[in-house]
Design a protein around this ligand. Structure first.
Ligand SMILES: O=c1ccn([C@@H]2O[C@H](COP(=O)(O)O)[C@@H](O)[C@H]2O)c(=O)[nH]1
Length: 235
């Protein structure tokens, strides 16, 4: 399983349909980041074979956010494990049996299996959006509820927003891997993200990995942007 960085490491989100673009980013960003994330945009456009083009550059985080019946998720996890990612995602909202099925399927791949991360409440979701889906109590309460469910069912870690990192550390200690999108360096546009914080604030709160997409990939010089964020975390 992937090693926990000493102080928060950077995962660059390579959100593009183009394998050439993803590969160019991977090559340029590899010296500055600890992990590369491929998500639905890349995977749906290019399929599993294209993942192999990115894998040589850095450990891979396959962020496909599985959410289905337990048997189907177990099958999807087996297929994903064949691509040898370091981490992969499922939705905690799929429930304990689904999380358990994902963990058991991953364990078939032995000690080098990927970490199973359970997505709690998407970082784009604010209190009003959550309430519109019928969930009362606000994002922090729902993150804590889903985190407990997922960890008790065998998830190795959680995806949460910067706002919940210290709450989760207080509730669950240093055990779970905390992987955190919604990262915005001071002055950068929030875009569709709602629950955000800077890289330094998120690292100080106790995150293991910071998932950063557009603040790096939409910068005029992505490698320089990644280097600057890395320097702010490890001065
Ligand atoms: O709750 C979540 C779960 C996953 N993501 C993913 O992280 C990146 C963030 O990209 P930015 O450009 O830095 O906003 C993206 O790939 C999402 O799919 C998330 O944002 N929130």
């Amino acid at each position: 399983m992937i090693q926990r960085p000493n102080r928060a490491g950077i995962i660059a989100a390579l959100d593009t349909q183009s394998p050439e673009q993803a590969e160019a980013w991977a090559e340029a960003l590899a010296p500055h980041v600890g992990c590369l994330k491929l998500g639905l945009e890349f995977f749906v456009a290019n399929g599993p074979a294209a993942v192999a083009r990115i894998a040589p550059h850095r450990p891979l985080f396959l962020d496909l956010k599985f959410h289905d019946i337990p048997n189907t998720v177990a099958g999807a996890v087996r297929s994903a494990c064949a691509l040898a990612p370091a981490m992969l995602t499922i939705h905690a909202g799929g429930g304990p049996a689904m999380v358990q099925a994902a963990r058991r399927a991953a364990e078939e791949f032995g000690p080098d299996r990927p970490a199973i991360l359970a997505v709690t409440v998407l970082t784009s979701t604010d209190a009003a959006t959550l309430s519109a889906t019928g969930v009362s109590g606000g994002p922090a309460q729902q993150v804590l509820r889903l985190a407990r469910l997922a960890l008790e069912a065998g998830a190795d870690g959680l995806v949460c927003s910067p706002r919940e990192v210290s709450l989760l550390r207080d509730a669950h200690g240093t055990g779970p891997l905390l992987v955190v999108p919604g990262i915005r360096p001071a002055g950068s546009a929030a875009g569709d993200q709602s629950r955000i914080a800077t890289p330094e604030e998120t690292a100080d709160a106790g995150a293991d990995w910071l998932v950063i997409g557009r603040p790096i990939t939409a910068a005029p010089d992505p490698a320089a942007a990644a280097a600057a964020i890395a320097a702010s975390l490890h001065p």
